[in-house]
Design a binder for this molecule. Sequence first.
Ligand SMILES: [Zn+2]
Length: 392
Amino acid sequence: MKTIKLQIKLFFIVVITLGCGLHMSQVNAQSSNPVPVVFDVPFAPIPVKAMDKVNLVYELHITNFSEANLVLTGVEVLADDARTASLASYRDAELNKRLGLINPNPDSKEKNVIGGGKRAMVFLMISTDASNAPTALRHRLFFKPTAADSGDKELTVEGTRVGVQNDKPLVIGSPLRGRWAAGNGLSNDTGHRHAIIPIGGQARIAQRFAADWVKFGDDGHIARGGDLSQNANYYGYGAEALADADGVVVGVKDGIPENVPRTKERAVPITVDTIAGNFVLLDIGRGRFALYAHLQPQSLKVKVGDKIKRGQVLGLVGNSGNSGMPHLHFHITNAASPFAAEGVPYVFNSFLLQGVANTTAERVNGEFRPDPKAESKRQMEMPIQNAVVVFP
Ligand SMILES: [Zn+2]
C-alpha cells in the first residue's frame, strides 16, 4: 500500500509542477484518471448459446486502492469495436443486484460502497444475437465524487480490454434420461453463479454453469405422494447418472450418508470435502472435467482410472452432501478438481424444451404442466435456469 500511495502523490506533484492548476473535476474530464481503482476480469468469458442468444458470463473484479470508501454508481459494458452504444449499462437497483463484496463494509450497508482496500465483483451476463456477439469487451465505471473532489461530476474510469475466449462450445450428451428441470441453472443470480471459493491461491467459480437437475414424474410433480421427507418418494431418486462424454474417472467420493429432504440439517458437517457429497469427476478431454454430485452412497459404478464410454452409468442420483432434496448437481470445469477450477460452459447435443418451471411451488412439489405449443427442440444449447427439458 505504501508504494501505491507514493505513486499517487507523485502523480499530483507532476500535475502541480506543470503549473496547470487543474481542479480534480477538470482532470477527470481529461484522459488522466485519478480514480484509485484497479479492475480486471480474472476469467474471460467463453460464449455459450441459450434460447437463441449468445451469452457472455463473467465477473469484473474492482479493487479500491485508496483508504477511503468509493461509491460505485454505474457500470457500462462496451464492445471493443466500432460500436459506440454500450452493450449493457447498469445503475441503482440493476447495478446492486449484480454486485458482490468480498467483505461487507463495517461502516456502510450499501452494496455499492467499496471500502478502502476492498474488492467488489460485478457479476455479468451479456446476451446478444449471434450476429452481434463481440469478440472483445471494454468496461467503463462511474464513481460518486469523493470529498477530495471539488466538482460534482461523476468520476469515470475506463479500461480493461477483455478478449472473449475463442473457444468452440463443448458439446456433450445427456447426463440423465427423461424429464428434468435445470434448478439453479444458467442465470446471473443463482447461488451457483456467485459461489466464489478461494482455494490454492486463486478465487474461482467452479459452479458458474452448474445446474441442480430435479426430475418431474409423468404426473408433473417431483415426488409421489404427499410425504416430501422421504428421499425414495422423489422421482429423481435412484435415477442413473450417465457419462456425458467418453472419458476417464479422475475423482470419486463415496460413503457420505444422505440427508432428510426439505430440512436444513445435513448428515455430515459441510466442508469443501463434503459439500459435493458422493461424487464422480470425469476427465472428458480438451482440458474439461464433469462433476456429478450428491450421489447415493454405495451407488458408484466406477473407480478412479476407469475408462468410460458416453452414456455409461456412473452412479445413482441421491441426496448427499450439501443437498436439500434428491437431485443431480452437474457442472463442468477446466481443471481436475470439483471446486479448485473455473466453471466453463457446455451445450447439449439436443433436448426437448417443455417450458420453464417459474415458481418455487412447481419446483418444490406443485404441478408442472407442459404447454405443447411452447415445446421446442433445442440443439447445441445450454438450458436456462428452471428450464424443463426432456433428455433423449
Ligand atoms: Zn448445486
